[in-house]
Design a binder for this molecule. Structure first.
Ligand code: SF4
Length: 297
């Protein structure tokens, strides 16, 4: 028997909590491709899937998963597509997957800017219920240094629009991104911004620098010094301590030397205690050796 194949290009990423979602490619690669630390879509230029290709895939999915309830649209930032293009995709989803309850995707902060709150509400009405955003930090100095293409004030402004439109969002915090000596500042700045927003999940990932990234060259030539492992733990402890909102923390990613999972504010005391113990007990060299053994995220 020959199985029909869906169109997927390059490496496909999705958050861990989208493991049961039906994946559908509407873009590949990233529109930005300039963050210094990033090697995720190395070698995959940005491409918008033609609607005919999306429809072809949906015909296959409607045969093999006719009762699919959740769809995750793939690519680094499919939310970069225009409002009208996303509405076209939403209409196709509705046509081919009548049992679908919701869909989601990754977005950059800057992808939200061209969309009005009214347009966001319309997308919500078409079952876009959540997006995942790699804010990384709200520390302006680090955002600029890493070439993220936005500032903390943009995070606040754009994610507030999602709050207003009723679209849930999960953010990614990149522990260690500021480099040696910048962790606490990064955590404080990020908590200050997130305390004014309503993220559902803060995903915590710890910076691991791979040779394909620009940042790797800066490490080699000595212009960027990685944040030591104990400092990284102090950074996460600071973030947890400073957060005042109700939010889920999800940090069991391979890059985290100490996993973090909990719900704030309920688990705050326990989490802080765990980090205090780890900071007091784990030798820097052992944690560093662990990171050196990570060869892929
Ligand atoms: S971190 Fe995200 S926005 Fe930046 S280059 Fe990588 S995929 Fe694109």
């Amino acid at each position: 028997m020959i199985y029909p194949q869906l169109h997927f290009t390059g490496q496909v990423w999705r958050p861990p909590y989208e493991a049961s979602s039906q994946l559908l490619q509407i873009t590949s690669g990233c529109t930005w491709h300039k963050c210094k630390f990033c090697s995720l879509y190395h070698g995959t230029p940005f491409r918008m899937s033609p609607l005919s290709e999306v429809e072809e895939d949906l015909k296959v999915i409607s045969q093999w998963q006719p009762r699919a309830r959740r769809v995750y649209l793939t690519g680094a930032n499919p939310f970069a597509l225009s409002y009208s293009r996303l509405m076209d995709v939403a209409l196709l989803l509705r046509k081919y997957l009548p049992h679908m309850v919701s869909f989601g995707m990754f977005a950059r902060v800057t992808d939200i800017a061209p969309k009005s709150v009214e347009e966001l509400k319309n997308l919500r009405h078409m079952k876009l219920d959540s997006i995942n955003i790699g804010i990384e930090t709200a520390h302006d100095e680090t955002l600029t240094r890493m070439n993220k293409g936005y500032r903390a004030s943009d995070i606040l402004e754009q994610l507030s629009k999602l709050d207003e439109a009723g679209i849930r969002y999960n953010v990614f915090y990149l522990n260690g991104l500021g480099g040696k000596g910048k962790g606490v500042e990064s955590a404080v700045a990020t908590a200050d911004v997130l305390n004014r927003l309503h993220p559902c999940i803060i995903n915590i990932v710890s910076l691991t620098i791979f040779p394909e990234s620009q940042l790797y060259q800066e490490v080699i030539n000595g212009t960027y010094v990685e944040e030591p492992e104990i400092e990284r733990l102090i950074e996460i402890r600071t973030l947890i301590d400073r957060l005042k909102i109700k939010v889920n923390l999800l940090g069991h990613h391979v890059s985290n030397t100490v996993p973090v999972t909990g719900a704030l504010p309920y688990d705050k005391a326990v989490l802080l205690h765990e980090f205090d113990n780890a900071i007091a007990e784990f030798p820097e060299e052992e944690l560093k050796a662990y990171r050196n053994r990570i060869w892929h995220l």
